[in-house]
Design a protein around this ligand. Sequence first.
Ligand code: 5GP
Length: 116
Amino acid sequence: MTNQPTIFDKIINKEIPAEIAFENDTVLAFKDINPQAPIHVLFIPKIRISTINDIKDDQAELTGQLFLAARDYAKQIGEDENGYRLVMNCNQNGGQEVYHIHLHFLAGRQMLWPPG
Ligand code: 5GP
């Protein structure tokens, strides 16, 4: 998949609205428009990386920050002890629809396994 702009660039640039849950210099988190759980937030890097396959070795810290931001958010909203699920889909079989990597944060209900 080529490195094309996605709808998430417009959210980063505040060209279209989103309900922001967290933001710092490198990471943005906003509520999913089609939530699959009572709490469904997407954590994305502010720079565009199309898929997990496109993450460079020197972007390990940046991608790690998505997890740290999600961890802090879970604590902030009081869901850290109840638990939550983090998911990142890759390409067609992984169910990826938006080609700008994003960590799904899902909470507020019992998650099932295996996923569909
Ligand atoms: P994927 O299937 O690529 O892992 O997940 C993409 C997610 O982005 C979906 O859960 C979808 O609902 C969400 N999404 C797509 N377009 C928008 C949008 O314009 N705004 C927001 N907030 N979420 C979006």
